[in-house]
Design a protein around this ligand. Structure first.
Ligand SMILES: NC(=O)c1ccc[n+]([C@@H]2O[C@H](COP(=O)([O-])OP(=O)(O)OC[C@H]3O[C@@H](n4cnc5c(N)ncnc54)[C@H](OP(=O)(O)O)[C@@H]3O)[C@@H](O)[C@H]2O)c1
Length: 331
């Protein structure tokens, strides 16, 4: 059983975001069936956030929890302002908001405790010590069991961990997104903090070709999926698919097995949380936990992230990539 700083979660979790219709339509009863299938298949860690589907994803997970609370490690997040004013703050980490957001999430989820509560994006107006201090209070009250941080820099992680032990960092990490390997991952490994890898399939692009994006598809927000870069970046997916065929696995399995390999290389537990609307893909993705890649495949995958054009986010300072880059320049 893979553990994040002592929290047993299994080698792979399930990301709930695709069930909030960000990458294509889904019906909420079918989405619930997919969640049940994930738990039936042995997945314990279910990941959601207050912002996914503007609360609807937490309500969906709440329907699962009504029947299976004891089988699930429940992770959710706060920090995105749901309806930001033009030019106003997009993230909030002030103590009053931490409590307000947690109370609202508990209501939507229909539970009295969140197992792992993540600060989703760092509010640049609030020192991270203050936000984590407010989270620590929720831990003392028994509303939250463990604290996680999403898209923090190595320095922010150190400062937060000094206030209260952090169980996991959740940030983007995959064959085509490796900036966290420079400082965030080594720092987490040193502090004994686990790593939850989000978008482990490159928001689908490593597993299957992503060509045209319909109106409303979340990927339109990311520079890598801009029409002028799509063709160049598609080369990464093409190489992944060719290598997967040679290894006798599916492209998604190769992408997930690669993350496990990187975790071993860095000496840190890495739990990917792929997301899918389709039960059969839950099984396909979960089977990756038994896959070991050849040295030749690992060597061929090594340069791929360097070929990618475009940052991981349009406002790159919102995520660790931009703030780490500024630290490196200043240093
Ligand atoms: N902390 C954060 O800021 C943050 C940001 C993004 C995501 N996340 C979390 O991480 C989770 C995963 O990230 P993600 O959803 O962005 O990206 P992902 O898991 O890399 O990719 C999801 C996409 O891949 C497709 N897919 C899944 N399995 C597949 C397979 N075996 N073969 C082919 N295609 C497959 C899905 O389509 P189908 O539905 O059609 O299968 C979906 O469009 C999210 O659900 C969320 O919980 C967190």
């Amino acid at each position: 059983m893979t553990a994040l700083a002592g929290l047993e979660v299994g080698a792979q979790g399930f990301g709930g975001m695709a069930l909030a219709e960000v990458y294509g339509p889904t019906d909420q009863d079918a989405a619930l069936a997919t969640l049940h299938h994930a738990v039936d298949a042995g997945i314990r860690l279910i990941d959601t956030a207050d912002v996914y589907g503007r609360g609807s994803n937490e309500r969906l997970v709440g329907r699962l929890l009504r029947e299976r609370r004891d089988e699930v490690v429940l992770a959710t997040k706060f920090g995105f302002v749901h309806d930001p004013e033009p030019g106003g703050p997009r993230f909030r980490g002030d103590p009053a908001y931490v409590r307000e957001a947690a109370t609202a999430s508990l209501g939507r989820l229909g539970v009295d405790r969140i197992d792992l509560y993540y600060y989703h994006r760092v509010d640049p107006r609030v020192p991270i010590e203050e936000t984590v201090g407010a989270l620590a209070e929720l831990v003392r009250e028994g509303i939250v069991d463990r604290i996680g941080l999403s898209e923090v820099t190595a320095d922010e992680l150190e400062r937060a961990h000094a206030v209260h032990p952090i169980t996991a960092v959740q940030s983007e990490w995959s064959i085509w997104s490796r900036d966290v390997e420079a400082r965030v991952v080594p720092t987490a490994a040193r502090l004994g903090v686990g790593f939850v890898a989000y978008s482990p399939l490159g928001r689908g692009s490593l597993a299957a070709p992503v060509t045209e994006l319909p109106e409303g598809d979340l990927r339109r927000n990311f520079p890598r999926f801009d029409p002028e870069r799509l063709a160049v970046n598609a080369r990464v997916g093409e190489t992944v698919r060719a290598l997967a065929e040679r290894e006798g696995v599916t492209p998604a399995q190769l992408a997930l097995a690669w993350l496990a390999e990187r975790g071993r290389a860095h000496g840190i537990p890495v739990v990917p949380i792929p997301s899918t609307r389709r039960p059969e893909r839950v099984d396909e993705n979960l089977a990756a936990v038994d896959v070991r890649l050849s040295a030749a495949a690992l060597a061929a995958l090594e340069p791929l992230a360097g070929l990618v054009e475009g940052d991981r986010a349009r406002h790159v300072d919102d995520i660790s990539q931009g703030r780490e880059r500024r630290t490196a320049v200043a240093g």
